[in-house]
Design a protein around this ligand. Structure first.
Ligand code: FMN
Length: 330
């Protein structure tokens, strides 16, 4: 039978299926169930820096821009901030004691915030790695693109300087020169990048003329953006790329591995189809490897990355001209 193990952030993983940060990874019970279901690592639900700094629940206004994340809400209700942070550290410690798989802590941070001091405590609690979950809604008309990019570099630089453990960055895709940015992270000795996070978006209820949350759970067709950028960058950087968003089946996992991802993160599929989907996806991967006579993931990892393609321009194509012409002919 095929060996489906991989390595990510310097850790040996028994398979490429990681439980991404979500309500499922917010409790010890959820984490244990993820491990029992067969994931190879877990990313704890993020602790939000604003949450740490917030004095009390009364200070929270749901219209605040930081609530751009689906799960920020979960953290806002509760007692004092210190207590929430202590609870997070306890969860991390308990997870380390209870689970055999790697535990990755996650912090939603701001460039110059106090998050680094908190992150240092994750190291002390034995986190195997830390995932920096950073996003900026670039909605300020005065802020230029390079200012936002600099914010990301400064954040990673600061983390690298002060934290002695593997670091990954989970980010969105909305940058004017994403390839350049992703390559520059390499110079900062980051260990991994997660492509991409999926953010909370508002929608409009046309009957009541008010804002409502858009779909929180991804669909199985949302992986294309992540697949393209994984394929474009996996041979251009030394750090590991972990693919995320819209990964709902074993075939999508295989595609991401062919594009060069070292691992994938699962969230919506676990929430929607349940934890049994982990074994189904692992089996689909190992059956496919057997069928193609691949004994290990390294036999095919990155085989369809842009750098290794005969016609690398295929990953950069964005227009539908050819398909339109073919449809017209047919
Ligand atoms: C309810 C919910 C809560 C989430 N909370 C977090 C979080 O705290 N930190 C984080 O980095 N991502 C969080 N995410 C994003 C997921 O980890 C994941 O990146 C995203 O949903 C895309 O993957 P998917 O298509 O497999 O769902 C959350 C997603 C959902 C649906």
């Amino acid at each position: 039978m095929a060996d489906v193990s991989t390595s990510y952030l310097g850790m040996k993983l028994k398979n490429p299926l990681i439980a991404g940060s979500s309500p499922l990874t917010a409790t010890l019970d959820g984490l244990k169930r993820c491990e029992d279901a067969g994931v190879s690592a877990v990313v704890l639900k993020s602790i939000f820096e604003e949450q740490i700094e917030m004095e009390s629940e009364s200070a929270v206004d749901e219209s605040d821009s930081y609530l751009a994340h689906a799960d920020a809400y979960g953290f806002m209700k509760g007692a004092s901030i210190e207590r929430q942070f202590d609870a997070y550290l306890t969860l991390l410690e308990d997870a380390k004691k209870t689970l055999d798989i790697p535990v990755i802590a996650s912090i939603n941070c701001r460039q110059n915030g106090s998050w680094i001091e908190y992150a240092k405590r994750f190291v002390a609690c034995g986190a195997d790695a830390i995932e920096l979950n950073h996003y900026v809604v670039a909605a300020d008309i005065e802020t230029e693109g390079h200012t936002i990019e600099k914010e990301y570099f400064s954040l990673v630089k600061n983390a690298r300087k002060q934290l002695d453990l593997p670091i990954s960055l989970k980010m969105g895709s909305s940058f004017s020169s994403l390839a350049n940015m992703l390559r520059r992270f390499d110079e900062l000795s980051i260990n991994g990048v997660v492509l991409f996070n999926r953010f909370y978006s508002p929608d409009i209820d046309i009957d009541n003329l008010k804002l409502i949350p858009a779909q929180m759970i991804s669909s199985k067709d949302e992986y294309a953006q992540s697949l393209r950028w994984t394929a474009l960058m996996s041979e251009e950087v030394r750090y590991d790329i972990c693919a995320a968003t819209g990964i709902h089946s074993g075939s999508t996992v295989i595609k991401q591995l062919l594009a060069g991802a070292k691992a994938v993160q699962l969230c919506s599929v676990l929430l929607k189809q349940g934890l049994k989907s982990v074994k189904t996806m692992e089996k689909e991967l190992s059956d496919w490897m057997d069928k193609h006579e691949y004994s290990s993931i390294s036999d095919f990892n990155g085989k369809l990355a842009q750098e290794r393609m005969e016609d690398p321009s295929k990953w950069e194509r964005v227009q539908y001209m050819k398909s339109i012409l073919e449809a017209q002919k047919g």
